[in-house]
Design a protein. Structure first.
Length: 200
């Protein structure tokens, strides 16, 4: 009787193992790319929708920070606003030659357009930019000593200088009913504006 034939078992060669590892690496890499893309999309979806007025608020913040600390010696106050006239502030800014020039900035609502008008130099140069369309209402409020003012400077008795308010609140309502709001806090360093002592 013949002994049973031995079954010869053949193992994987080194090349086959390397090819298998390479294929697994490619599959894992592709899976990681897909998962990472899904994670980024999910993170973007969870973020709040950015305010379309954000560039306007940032520009307004920069201009208030640049202008209000350097009030111009003019008859008009450094900051004033009303529901009819919009927001206006006046200051001295240096031009390219270092010469300080009176600069006026005016944010106002006209024909449902929020406009920014700048005037400076001598002779006066004026430039108008449209910041937003379809605006139903543009309201500026000042919060000063726990009171809210829709006009600034407030009416007062006497000639005492009124310091700038602690906070400004801007509300913009579009024709479609969407409301955008922004708060600007004015640093105490230039909120308090004591009158300069008179020279004899």
């Amino acid at each position: 009787m013949r002994p049973p034939a031995r079954i010869r078992r053949r193992g994987f060669t080194l090349i086959e193992v390397l090819i298998a590892l390479a294929l697994v690496s490619v599959v894992v890499g592709l899976a990681w790319i897909v998962l990472d893309s899904v994670r980024k999309v999910a993170a973007e979806i969870s973020l709040p929708i950015e305010d379309p007025m954000h560039p306007v608020w940032m520009q307004l913040e920069r201009e208030l920070d640049a202008l209000l600390p350097k009030p111009a010696e003019v008859d008009t106050p450094a900051l004033r606003f009303s529901e009819e006239e919009g927001l206006e502030f006046v200051s001295l800014l240096k031009n390219a030659r270092g010469i300080p020039l009176q600069t006026e900035l005016h944010y106002l609502l006209e024909n449902q357009d929020l406009l920014r008008i700048s005037r400076s130099g001598y002779p006066t140069l004026a430039q108008t930019n449209r910041l937003a369309r379809g605006v139903q209402q543009w309201i500026v409020r000042a919060i000063h000593q726990d009171e809210t003012f829709t006009e600034w400077p407030p009416e007062q008795e006497g000639d005492e200088a009124i310091p700038l308010p602690a906070r400004l609140n801007f509300t913009l309502e579009r024709a479609n009913g969407i409301v955008h709001e922004f708060d600007q806090y004015l640093p105490a360093s230039y909120r308090a504006s004591p009158p300069e002592p008179e020279t004899p």
